[in-house]
Ligand binder design. Structure first.
Ligand SMILES: [Zn+2]
Length: 441
């Protein structure tokens, strides 16, 4: 970590959360119209009224004035695939065909010298340009893909959770490891990277379809041996996938039970999709604390189905939200929540702006078990922040002429916003470089 003790302060309209708006209503968020975020040594020292905090700053403190823009905690993406930046927008297929026809073809390229490095650079540039400062990331089956990703993340000092995919069947030969090598390579990566600076490891069996029971058992062993690591995988995304999973694991009571019986369902487990869930599966999630990860743009793009957030909440299941690039179609967590709103509307549910912005900051931090480190501006948190211009586009500026309060303004931001609204992104108080778009490689 960069151990600068210098004080820096960001001035602007601060918005952050201290609780879930669904439970705490108006008391869940903090809003300071002329606010100051005081950062010392990369962490939040104070957040509050500028007029009260400015006189407390040391003489040498640097104050960066972002008024009238919003300043929020950096966004968090709970499920995304680094090797799929050139799979995004692949036409006309649902999950299994999409994997075979596009994804497995692109993922093979990560064995080529320098390719994982190139994709990791692009990927982190794109996340930061979208205001995302933490993500749970799938790399490819190649251990060097995770190595390259962590090295690039460490260079930028971003807090990332990532893992090498484990996959020992139903994939091209070049993308298969074995139960033994997947275990060994994952363990070596955990030893090298988990807890190094801001990097965290996720044990990453892609899903039941591409892992033998021996491999899921090996992944479960890794999880038991490294309780601080996350587990990430996919479940109940697509009907054909579910039928195939049940065929491959005839002894399991249901799809969730495939993971549960291999020790892969617990509070650190990030379970992508959870669309077609049986009653017993929801119950297993509620009992174990497993996290259901809602990926709206991906679920719509691949025609997978509609995530039932109200049902998950009613049962007390932890929910996170995510882009799922490259099944997903936007790197922006704002765009992701605009699509989440529509997915919920199709089921007679709704999503207020405060709830959407909570989900992509503190909500995801809680779901990832990292809310003591990121997701808010409470003192002691790592100072990852995004500065947002709610009137960045012509259509948004025009619409803002008629908004009456903060809730309406934020709803416009969530519904129409994307990376164009991001003025700056800070990683532990340091301004992240913005990639210059050249249109080429
Ligand atoms: Zn995925």
């Amino acid at each position: 970590m960069t151990a600068t003790t210098a004080t820096r302060a960001l001035r602007g309209r601060l918005v952050w959360f201290v609780a879930d708006p669904h439970d705490a209503g108006e008391a869940a968020h903090r809003f300071v119209e002329d606010g100051l975020l005081v950062i010392e040594g990369g962490v939040v020292k104070a957040a509050g009224e500028a007029r009260a905090l400015l006189p407390t700053l040391p003489a040498a403190a640097e104050v960066i004035d972002h008024r009238p823009h919003l300043i929020m905690p950096g966004f968090i993406d709970a499920h995304i695939h680094m090797p799929q930046t050139q799979v995004v927008a692949s036409y006309g297929a649902q999950l299994i065909e999409w994997l075979n026809k596009y994804t497995f073809v692109e993922e093979q390229k990560l064995s080529q010298q320098g390719h994982a490095e190139k994709l990791s650079r692009f990927f982190l540039d794109e996340l930061l340009a979208s205001g995302t400062t933490t993500a749970a990331v799938y790399c490819s089956v190649h251990p060097q893909s995770a190595e390259a990703f962590f090295a690039e993340s460490e260079r930028r000092n971003t807090r990332m959770i990532a893992g090498k995919v484990m996959m020992d069947r139903n994939a091209p030969e070049a993308l298969r490891d074995t139960a033994e090598s997947g275990y060994r390579d994952s363990r070596a990566l955990i030893d090298r990277w988990h807890g190094k600076g801001r990097q965290l490891y996720a044990i990453t069996p892609r899903f039941a379809l591409t892992s033998t029971p021996e491999q899921l058992a090996a992944a479960g062993r890794l999880a038991a041996e490294h309780p601080g690591c996350h587990v990430q995988t996919h479940i109940n995304e697509n009907r054909a996938e579910i039928a195939f999973a049940r065929e491959l694991y005839p002894d399991a009571a249901d799809y969730a039970d495939i993971y549960a019986r291999h020790g892969l369902l617990g509070p650190q487990s990030l379970m992508g999709h959870c669309i077609h869930m049986l009653h017993n599966e929801w119950s297993a999630f509620a009992e174990t604390g497993a996290v259901a990860v809602f990926c709206p743009t991906s679920n719509l793009f691949l025609g997978s189905g509609l995530f039932d957030w109200a049902h998950a909440r009613k049962l007390g299941v932890n929910v996170a939200v995510a882009t799922d690039i490259g099944g997903g179609t936007s790197y922006s967590m704002l765009r992701t929540m605009a699509e989440a709103y529509k997915v919920l509307q199709l089921q007679g549910q709704s999503l207020p702006a405060f709830a959407a912005l909570h989900a992509i900051t503190l909500g995801n931090a809680v779901a990832l078990g990292l809310d003591h480190l990121i997701g808010s501006f409470e003192p002691g948190r790592e100072a990852d922040a995004v500065v947002l211009d709610t009137g960045a586009t012509r259509a948004m500026a025009h619409r803002l002429e008629t908004v009456r309060d903060l809730a309406e303004e934020l709803f416009v931001l969530v519904t129409l916003g994307d990376e164009r609204n991001v003025v700056a992104t800070y990683v532990m108080g340091e301004l992240a470089d913005r990639p210059s778009f050249s249109g080429g490689a």
